[in-house]
Design a protein around this ligand. Sequence first.
Ligand SMILES: [Zn+2]
Length: 377
Amino acid sequence: MKLLLVSLVALVVGTRRVLAGSHVWQPPVSNERSNALARRYFVINDDPSEGDRMPWRNRQIRYCFDKPDDKKALEGLLLAAHDLWLSQGLGSEFTLAEVGDDECKGEKRFDTLLVQSTGDSGRMATFEALPQVDSVIRQSKNPDVRPKMLLTTSTSMGMLDQVKNVAHELGHAWGLYHEHQNPAFWSRGTIHNALGGSVFGPENGGNWRCENLKDYARRMAGGGLIVQNPGSRGYGDRIGMDMLCKDYEFASKAQFSARDYLPMPRVMGVATSAGTSAKDVDWDSIMIYPSGAGAIGDASPGNDQRQPILLKPDGSRIPINGAPSQRDIAAMHKLYGRSKSARGKELLQKAGGTVTSNFKKLYSKSSGHGDDGSSCL
Ligand SMILES: [Zn+2]
């Protein structure tokens, strides 16, 4: 089920997570508080001096299916998922365009999305948006680091519904991150990257149940993560389960599914307010996991017996949301709403971010595997 990639990917992925220096978590503009729809969402940081992603050009995802069987299994679902976004208010100028293999599978492709089926029991994962023009991703010759979408037809994973699951993945493809991985929501103290929120984390009622993740036992039996060059973070060369449940980078490096829950480094994402409480979370987002996503326990449509991983601060479960929320739609219009000329100017800026040394040192010589895009549970 896991997509194992070569260490080059680990280098690329590790590097893209460590661009330093950020002013993306600035307080909201004064009138933004009054607009609930615009208040909160979490998307790629497309500032080329900080992040390594950029939106699709002309609000169009250009994609192809890897094999004819993938098209047979997924085309209807992909179009239905896009229709679901449109039905919730996404502008009709947002389009999907299937392109030929010459454009989609060429050696230099970085601006198309390759869609693959993982069958009725495989995983889901999607590269968020496109690599920035100056991104190290574009310097890699490894085809596995390029924009890709892996889709399952399983109804026992994620939101227990094929179209909803694909709609969630489509949100990633457009550039949206998981709502719950916004570091502003997580309590500071034990969780790495957390910014002191009152919503998620051990200090908020113990509502982060990492031990309920499906792959927890297997990771524990495997002894955690071995880091060959631990660098200066002082954790030694063996990262145990305790740390894998607290640190997004370590979980990512270990391909442990906590990476799909834990708060991301702040420079990776942009949110539009500094809100840190439960009222700031979009509980209706199609980009927030229901409590059972990735958990032990059986699930089928209408019958979710999975243990909870993440709960609301009051202890109740995060529900399965049926469609993109109004704030999801607002996020899309915000991310893609600027004029082409304004965006073109940004792309001409030279990437000037300083690279933080610790993680680069930590990961560059490691033999472990990285992961591309967001994998979903
Ligand atoms: Zn996801």
